[in-house]
Design a protein around this ligand. Structure first.
Ligand code: G3P
Length: 263
């Protein structure tokens, strides 16, 4: 049986998008040989996005140089108040190099999503990633976007079966909700492992974007188990570098500096 031409085109579009993103990241690693970049980075480079709608929280951490994207949802936007589209524009204006900004669409049906996408699509920035739930209507919308080269993030994913559907629809990202899996006595990191393994085995270009991550331990497990990206609330981002042993060690070193004779 021959391959499905629609699926092949969709996969090609998704892979092209991925190559563009990799190319952008390659430019940050100037010492790499261009031919090796793609091979090495495709296998090894992990990414961190920030999961927040609070531009101040992004601002405080952006200068670390290790955040490449931002994810938002209606709950996060409601917390900070204001208009969703204005917020998206403000983020893009302040961080124009952002690789992906996930913006959740409002609606139940493909038609609702098509109507709502105009709000964000008119911003006209390549980072704009349309976020829809892993429902049949959401997947119909994702297929439409993939056929037209529009990046999507399929959210509220709680099973490998859902991830299969999202991958075949040509989603750019799939977002398994690790913390909410754990809240319901299921293993979020095992879900990430299953999805990542499945995508790699079948050459699916959709990136695994582990979400709902509330502690640093789960973040490193997700990356170890094959997530391409982790999206972190600011509090989890901070937990990743904070260590009581580092603080205690630093205090000792600082005291030793004080006791040294001046040069
Ligand atoms: O990106 C998804 C995230 O915002 C959900 O997190 O903590 O509400 O499960 P949480």
């Amino acid at each position: 049986m021959g391959s499905n031409p629609t699926l092949s085109v969709r996969r090609g579009v998704a892979q092209f998008g991925r190559a563009l993103a990799l190319g952008a990241r390659c430019r940050r690693f100037k010492s790499c040989r261009p031919d090796l970049d793609y091979i090495i980075l495709q296998q090894l480079i992990m990414q961190i996005f920030l999961d927040t709608a609070d531009i101040n929280e992004i601002r405080k951490r952006w200068d670390t140089g290790i955040i490449t994207g931002v994810t938002t949802n209606p709950t996060l936007v409601r917390k900070v108040g204001g208009n969703y589209r204005d917020l998206a524009i403000a983020i893009i204006e302040e961080f124009p190099e952002i690789e992906s900004l996930s913006l959740e669409l409002n609606g139940q049906t493909k038609e609702d999503f098509m109507r709502d996408m105009g709000e964000f699509a008119c911003i006209g920035h390549p980072s704009v990633t349309l976020k829809v739930p892993c429902t049949v209507e959401g997947l119909k919308f994702v297929t439409h976007c993939a056929d037209n080269g529009v990046p999507t993030n399929v959210t509220l994913c709680f099973s490998a079966a859902q991830a299969v559907m999202a991958g075949l629809s040509g989603a750019t990202y799939i977002s398994p909700f690790v913390g909410r899996m754990n809240d319901n006595s299921m293993s979020g990191v095992e879900l990430v492992r299953a999805i990542s393994g499945l995508y790699r085995q079948h050459g699916v270009a959709t990136k695994v974007l582990a979400a709902s991550l509330r502690d640093a331990h789960h973040v490193s497990r997700c990356l170890l188990y094959g997530a391409d990206i982790v999206t972190l609330p600011p509090s989890t981002f901070d937990k990743m570098y904070n260590s009581v042993l580092t603080r205690e060690g630093l205090e000792i070193f600082n005291n030793d500096f004080k006791e040294m004779p001046s040069q």
